[in-house]
Design a protein around this ligand. Structure first.
Ligand code: PEP
Ligand code: MG
Length: 772
């Protein structure tokens, strides 16, 4: 795999004796001496066991330099005085490359840097290995001799093994007390701030919990290396079998890695280089767990330096694979993990909507994703649950550890890790301001939905979970514009029965009272998977067999759902929306099924809805072009802007790299919206917009100006959108847009913000600057 050559100039023989060294190391850890004394003893011990004249430990300081913290063989007064920069001298080279370096004649090496205070000149040979933890460099361990020497087999590995143990025991505070770690970069302690995307509003202050955390071994040094090797072999076999069965069975794990990733795992799990590295580390005297950690650290350190995104991707795969191997090594298979703190802020690379729903919602106060995009379903679920979410904070996982204090600012997309006192105080003030604003928004719930120039509009709620129904009252929404029925399937391990479905839909109907509720039929597929339906092996699930395509090809499930909806409606009105319609015939077929179910209910004497309507969810450009053909049989249209824009721009809504690349406020996209609205007006069919676009005040204003009088959005967006629309001069914005939509251009956003009141916008539309 990543078997890079080590610089091994001719060196004389040296006895590694790793196991004895590790045993002595264990005894040293039990000593009661102070930190410095222990480090000094450690360097003495390493020198003795490796037959070298010098052994030194350099630790990384937060400033970025490497400080000589202990030495056997160099001058003692250099300790804590000699500091080297990354790249400076041979030690700096090791730090820079995060790779071992062995040199026969150090003073002649081009990178040699002479530091008179260390008295280093008589030493000829040099071996340096990085001290790595979680793939981050925390220091450098060196061994030097006066005479030239040949590199013995396994010598570098011995030092790497010692370095790995050193990193863990330093970080654990066993050898250096936490207060003495203050200036060192052993575990991240500095405040860090990440600017990402503000995907779900709100502010959370809490404790970091890493989703699928990097598991650190508890036991580092083996009692019996043969036993450890046997344990390692068993675990590797189990790992291979588990991967094979995930791949070969007809179901991929729920919310787990994709098929491509599993194929990569299978390749790694059979990679000879990787296995040899693991075995070598165990033969050196490490426990199997510590061996996994050591090898992972080394790969991680190298991959983290890679500029190429693909290498960084591999890093995540290897990380996950190492965690899986560790789980196989854990005889008790304690998958449960520690209980969640009450104010958990979850930090993840990415997360599926179903995985997110697995967390205890009462404890989850915020979510930060290294990836993610504004319209991904995890974001939609977070919004539904009222959990603030910040996305695209790349690198956050490298800087955060479980238990760190974290502030998550979902208003401005900020993530503060280990914030300073000042930032905390500033946020305490912000929290008060936000709750004042929330109170003000709450008072607005009965405000009329009418623009500054007297044009009425309707704001509806997007929902999918029972807990959201109370938001109807809280927000004063006009109804439910989109009820995502698949959420119920996603949170359930078994397929919900007709009775269970009808119960949920009835709860929605009841919560709505006189307000309308639009039920979207199952929209599974893409990133929405359920435990109860077989996961599809598809090369591109977003373009695959999803939503209505499934519903029409396997009509059983859709029929039962329609039956449950008819029953839940009782004598009230029923609005059914069919998702992902790509051609008129799909809508007609779905409508026919609804008609057939109504006829069936009538035949069996069931109570019929007072009135029923079949809606077309417009989410594909193909359907937008064929809309005039479908409209005569359509009762209402809901534009699913998330998917429509994904397909319009051919930019995966889940892929952070492309999801922000194009702007819905571009003339081309807005022309599409304009033409859909115009067709619906001609056919006199009501049309609304749902999807995340409608929940952004500026976009909502533009949609209203294009003639969309009904918008449906997450609960948290209703008050901010209403506030803006109340201050909007719709006609003025319409006129401003009219003469720009047919122009070429990448986006109208900047021009629109600049125009402000000249385009009919109220002042709050342009005030969007972060406070901290
Ligand atoms: C959409 O695509 O805009 C939409 C509302 O549906 P979903 O986000 O559930 O795909
Ligand atoms: Mg959609």
């Amino acid at each position: 795999m990543m078997d890079e050559a080590i610089d091994t100039t001719d060196l004389k023989n040296l006895a590694p004796g790793p196991r004895r060294l590790l045993k002595r190391l264990r005894a040293l850890m039990a000593d009661q001496d102070n930190a410095q004394k222990r480090l000094d003893n450690l360097t003495g011990m390493i020198a003795e066991e490796t037959g070298s004249d010098v052994s030194s430990i350099y630790l990384a300081r937060r400033s970025g330099s490497l400080e000589l913290c202990a030495t056997h063989g160099l001058r003692q007064d250099a300790v804590h005085n000699t500091r080297l920069q990354h790249g400076e001298g041979l030690v700096g080279q090791v730090a820079l490359t995060a790779k071992p370096l062995a040199v026969a004649d150090a003073p002649k090496h081009p990178s040699f840097s002479y530091r008179p205070e260390t008295g280093e000149e008589p030493f000829t040979s040099f071996i340096g290995v990085p001290i790595l933890r979680g793939g981050r460099l925390v220091g450098v361990l060196t061994s030097q001799t006066t005479h030239e020497r040949k590199l013995a087999d396994g010598e570098i590995e011995t030092l790497q093994t010692v370095a790995m143990i050193l990193a863990e025991i330093i970080a654990s505070g066993e050898i250096i007390a936490p207060e003495e770690l203050a200036g060192l970069d052993v575990r991240p302690t500095r405040p860090d701030r990440f600017q990402g995307g503000a995907f779900s509003p709100g502010l959370a202050i809490g404790v970091a919990v890493v989703h699928e955390p990097h598991v650190s071994p508890v036991r580092l040094i083996a009692d019996d290396p043969e036993d450890e090797e046997a344990r390692l072999d068993i675990a590797i076999n189990e790992l291979r079998k588990a991967i094979d069965s995930m791949l070969d069975g007809n179901r991929l794990p729920f919310g787990g890695p994709t098929r491509d990733v599993l194929e990569a795992y299978r390749m790694f799990a059979h990679d000879r280089g990787w296995l040899a590295q693991l075995r070598d580390a165990v033969r050196q005297g490490l426990t199997a767990e510590a061996a996994v950690e050591r090898v992972r650290n080394e790969h991680r350190a190298r991959l983290m330096q890679a500029k190429d995104q693909n290498f960084r991707e591999r890093l995540h795969d290897l990380e996950d694979l190492a965690n899986r191997l560790l789980r196989h090594l854990d005889e008790n298979n304690t998958d449960a993990g520690a209980p969640l703190p009450d104010n958990t802020i979850l930090i993840a690379r990415s997360i599926g909507p179903a995985e997110l729903l697995d967390y205890d919602r009462s404890k989850l106060k915020g979510l930060a994703l290294e990836e993610g995009s504004a319209s991904s379903h995890a974001v939609i679920v977070a919004k539904a649950l009222g959990i603030p979410l910040v996305g695209q904070v790349e690198g956050a996982l490298d800087r955060v550890e479980n238990g760190d204090t974290v502030i998550l600012d979902g208003e401005f997309g900020l993530l503060h890790i280990r914030p300073t006192e000042e930032v905390r105080e500033a946020y305490a003030d912000r929290a008060k301001a936000i709750s004042r604003q929330a109170a003000a928004f709450a008072r607005l719930k009965d405000a009329p939905s009418i623009s500054a120039d007297g044009q009425p509009f309707e704001l509806h709620l997007n929902a999918g979970l029972l807990v959201e129904l109370k938001r109807l009252e809280e927000t004063g929404a006009a109804g439910i514009g989109l009820f995502r029925t698949e959420f119920q399937f996603m949170v359930s391990d078994t397929l919900p029965s007709v009775v269970e479905q009808a119960k949920l839909y009835k709860a929605v109907v009841d919560a709505c009272g006189d307000r309308p509720a639009v039920f979207r039929t199952l929209d599974l597929g893409g990133d929405k998977v359920t435990a109860s339906a077989p996961a599809m092996r598809e090369p591109n699930p977003a373009l695959g067999w999803r939503a209505i395509r499934m519903g029409l090809d396997r009509p059983g499930l859709l029929r039962l759902q329609l039956r449950a909806l008819i029953e839940a409606a009782g004598g009230k009105e029923l609005d059914v929306l069919f998702p992902m319609i790509a051609a008129p015939w799909e809508f007609f077929a779905a409508r026919d099924m609804l008609e057939a179910e109504i006829a069936r209910a009538e035949k069996y004497g069931h109570k019929l809805p007072k009135k029923w309507r079949a809606g077309l969810m417009l989410e594909t450009p193909g359907m937008a072009f064929a809309i005039d053909e479908a409209l005569p049989r359509v009762d209402f249209v809901a534009v699913g802007a998330n998917d429509l824009m994904q397909y319009f721009f051919a930019a995966d809504r889940l892929n952070a790299r492309v999801s922000n690349r194009y702007d819905i406020l571009s003339p081309a996209a807005l022309r599409l919206f304009r033409s859909i609205q115009a067709s619906c007006a001609v056919h006199n069919v009501p049309v609304s917009v749902c999807g995340e676009t409608a929940s952004r005040p500026l976009e909502a204003a533009v949609l209203l100006a294009l003639g969309y009088k009904k918008l449906s959005m997450a609960a948290s967006s209703i008050a901010p959108v209403r506030t803006l629309l109340n201050g909007l001069d719709v006609e003025k914005l319409g006129a401003w847009l009219a003469c720009r939509l047919d122009n070429p251009g990448r986006t109208l956003r900047d021009e629109l913000m600049k125009a402000g009141s000249d385009a009919g916008l109220p002042p709050e539309a342009v005030d969007n600057s972060p406070l901290i």
